[in-house]
Ligand binder design. Structure first.
Ligand SMILES: [Fe+2]
Ligand SMILES: [Fe+2]
Length: 149
């Protein structure tokens, strides 16, 4: 099952997965021992699982690409820096700016990235794909945080 999701992700997003800048995210830690790169992959797989389990009709390609790029903020938020202090509030916008610079995004993908921190950020997810990402991100983040203990 997991490998089917990986195959699908490769079909729709090989350009992202092979991008050098995208791969620098393995240097940045997200939760515990999980890098941002791994976190984004975990969230993408979980988002696909949610859409399948609840039989939600979605744009699979956009769901995959938006989820893979949702935390593309490109810094280590654990390193103290005055710009990182508000990480929870600012990183979605930063990720969108970076992703839009390095990849071609459609409206669904842009909205997914920009609103994924709802309700911490009061930007309401507009598409089914955005809502799924928002939920998957929180569940996966919790799992990754618990796992490190
Ligand atoms: Fe995030
Ligand atoms: Fe995330």
């Amino acid at each position: 099952m997991q490998s089917n999701y990986k195959k699908l992700i490769n079909i729709y997003a090989s350009d992202i997965l092979e991008n050098d800048k995208y791969n620098t995210q393995k240097e940045y830690m997200q939760h515990g021992k999980t890098s941002v790169l791994e976190h984004e992959m975990n969230v993408t797989i979980y988002s696909l699982k949610i859409s399948e389990k609840f039989k939600i009709k979605i744009d699979q390609k956009s769901l995959i690409r938006g989820a893979l790029l949702h935390d593309y903020f490109l810094y280590d938020w654990h390193i103290s820096d005055k710009n990182h202090r508000l990480h929870g509030f600012i990183h979605a916008k930063k990720a969108l700016l970076n992703a839009n610079r390095d990849f071609k995004l459609n409206d669904i993908e842009k909205n997914m990235i920009y609103t994924h921190m709802f309700p911490m950020n009061l930007r309401i997810p507009k598409y089914k794909e955005s809502i799924i990402l928002c939920i998957a991100d929180k569940i996966v983040a919790t799992k990754e945080t618990i796992k490190r203990k």
